[in-house]
Design a protein around this ligand. Structure first.
Ligand code: PLP
Length: 461
């Protein structure tokens, strides 16, 4: 991206859009891979989810609103369960967590990954069986670790020597022997279409493999014997489409497993390869199915174990985005349309970077459609922006919308289930939107909209 004095997002002043974005033959068409599975365009032209029109959803719950297709979310859980029947699938709660979603994923037989006391509290309050919870995080406090032990969480992924000491002391005090994995920094960093397998030891997560810290952490845990070392853990990145990053990471982490066996005579029974499996935000993304992923990951692990003469450990994975991301779209109302003659058309909606920070934070790409009606107008390349006092407040950088898009229309942005509501803020004192779950034609509020009273509730004086 080119530099620009007003910020990087301003640098792209082309109104042509990216090379991969094609003018659609039918601007009303929905690309199925981008939308929750029950989404269709109804006879009246409006988008419907599980048979319910977005116009009805907007009328009942207002906008902006995150709309969750419950059957879609559940079917993605089932797809992962079916593809990984003998492995454990941990839903990474950081992608999006609320009590209703905890119950859905528990009912669908998944485990749950949490990484803070708040996520743990949400999981426990929704009745997630504690033995199916894994606790992550590079700076878990003594209080958080104590709470996890008292609750009986199934495993703790330790991330530092300080944490090993803390956990050892807490476990001794309580007379328990928690199960732990060691988070290993394998020197692989993978994002979207590329991965890098040399640097990236320089990060806050985990124990370095190359520097020997990971082996020392495992030895320390084995020597003290207060914690039960179950295995190693590696998570290499996000929105990954290319299995080669997992191949390198599995090779490295299994080599460590062999080193531990050779040094201590212990074969660790578990291995967690983390999450990061990519989803389709736009037509340029082509994610693997869970079946494909399972086949590839098993093949990698089997061949690396054979090479190291190791028994194949019990595998687990931690998908977040791939389960909840495609199950949700955000519904906005258009407030203004500004045509900067010959430069660009800006379509302003009633939310923005407070409900979807990913575009500004990661330069993420999204797509959008006019959702409240079909249109016979020509496709117009537009930029969907929010209502915040920030010119980088962009929701969708480039998308073809009908040229007659106007104030009062509803625009829907798919693929917003992961890292949107969970990273939402109150910037500009904008209340965070609700989450509505739709199933069999019925909508149910699962997270209510914040109110101005909520915003003022923390002010003292
Ligand atoms: C340790 C760990 N596991 C799993 C995930 C989930 O990643 P994703 O939602 O991309 O699948 C993350 C995301 O940051 C993570 O840090």
């Amino acid at each position: 991206m080119r530099a620009h004095e007003a910020g990087a997002l301003h640098a792209d002043i082309s109104n042509q859009g990216p090379a991969w974005l094609r003018t659609p033959a039918d601007v009303n068409a929905l690309v199925p891979a981008l939308w929750p599975r029950s989404v269709t365009r109804g006879a009246d032209g409006a988008v419907a989810v599980a048979g319910l029109s977005v116009r009805d959803i907007a009328a009942e719950f207002g906008t902006p609103v995150y709309v969750l297709d419950e059957a879609d979310l559940r079917s993605r859980c089932r797809d992962f369960r079916a593809a990984f029947p003998t492995e454990d699938v941990f839903y990474a709660g950081k992608a999006f967590l609320c009590r209703a979603v905890v119950r859905m994923i528990a009912e669908e037989g998944l485990h749950l990954d949490v990484c803070t006391g708040g996520e743990l509290a949400t999981a426990l309050s929704a009745g997630m069986p504690p033995e199916r919870i894994g606790f992550h995080g590079n700076n878990k406090s003594v209080a958080e670790l104590g709470r996890a032990l008292d609750a009986g969480v199934g495993r703790i992924i330790v991330d530092s020597f300080t944490e090993i000491d803390r956990l050892t002391e807490l476990a001794r005090e309580r007379g328990v022997r928690p199960r732990v994995l060691v988070r290993v920094t394998v020197g692989v960093e993978a994002h979207t279409h590329e991965f890098i397998a040399t640097a990236h030891e320089d990060q806050k997560f985990g124990f370095s493999l190359a520097g020997g810290a990971a082996a020392n952490a495992a030895f320390k845990i084995l020597d003290e014997d207060v914690l039960e070392l179950r295995g190693l853990h590696s998570h290499i990145g996000s929105q990954i489409f290319d299995a080669s990053g997992f191949e390198v990471s599995a090779r490295r982490v299994l080599a460590l497993q062999a080193q531990i066996r050779d040094a201590r005579g212990v074969e660790l029974p578990e291995l967690d390869l983390g999450g990061g499996f990519g989803i389709a935000y736009t037509t340029q993304d082509d994610p693997a199915t869970p079946q494909d992923l399972a086949k590839r990951l098993r093949k990698i692990v089997d061949s690396e174990c054979a090479a190291e003469n190791l028994a194949v450990p019990h595998l687990s994975i931690e998908p977040g985005r791939a389960i909840v991301g495609p199950a949700v779209f955000t519904l906005y109302e258009v407030g203004t349309v500004k045509d900067l003659d010959g430069i660009r058309t800006y379509v302003s909606v009633d939310g923005g970077m407070s409900d979807n920070i990913r575009t500004a934070l990661y330069d993420a790409s999204y797509s959008a459609t006019l959702a409240s009606r079909a249109s016979t107008a020509q496709p117009l390349l537009a930029r969907v922006v929010g209502k915040h006092c920030e010119s980088g407040d962009i929701v969708v950088k480039d998308e073809f919308l009908p040229a007659d898009v106007q104030p009062g229309d509803l625009v829907a942005v798919p693929g917003t289930g992961a890292y949107c509501r969970s990273m939402a803020s109150n910037y500009n004192h904008v209340p965070r939107p609700p989450v509505v779950a739709v199933r069999d034609g019925h909508a149910r509020l699962i997270v209510r909209r914040e109110t101005e009273e909520d915003l003022l509730a923390l002010d003292v004086g």
